[in-house]
Design a protein around this ligand. Structure first.
Ligand code: ZN
Length: 125
């Protein structure tokens, strides 16, 4: 099994409603989003997927979050903009973007600090 990963950063503000702690107040993070793709066999050029494609598509997804107050985005009005939900948001957006390339994310990880991250692995893994 082969696995690729690209990561990119974005900065955004959020507040977590009803978490019962200081995260209820407005604050920001410099997140790092990581997108992983796996394959048993290599395709054209001896690659799982061209890094350029994985990087461009991941960055397009993260651009939609960068310098936003996440709670104001339509997606996060329905659910809390926690790192867990951010990882799932990135996963689902990246899943759609990789469809034309015949790939899907294996995992997306959202790092909210150097020592804390949450991952989403899709529904059936
Ligand atoms: Zn936070």
């Amino acid at each position: 099994m082969y696995e690729l990963m690209v990561n990119s950063r974005f900065s955004a503000a959020h507040n977590l409603r009803n978490c019962g702690g200081k995260c209820e107040g407005l604050h920001g993070h410099n997140w790092r989003g990581e997108g992983f793709v796996r394959a048993e066999a290599l395709g054209r050029g001896g690659m799982v997927l061209d890094f350029r494609i994985l990087r461009e598509e991941t960055e397009k997804v993260l651009e939609a979050l960068d310098h936003h107050y996440l709670n104001e985005l339509p997606h996060f009005q329905k659910e809390e903009p926690s790192s867990e939900n951010i990882a799932r948001y990135i996963y689902e957006a990246l899943e759609e973007r990789l469809l034309p390339y015949g790939q899907k994310p294996h995992r997306v990880t959202a790092w909210e600090s150097e020592g804390a991250c949450a991952s989403y692995l899709g529904a059936e893994q």
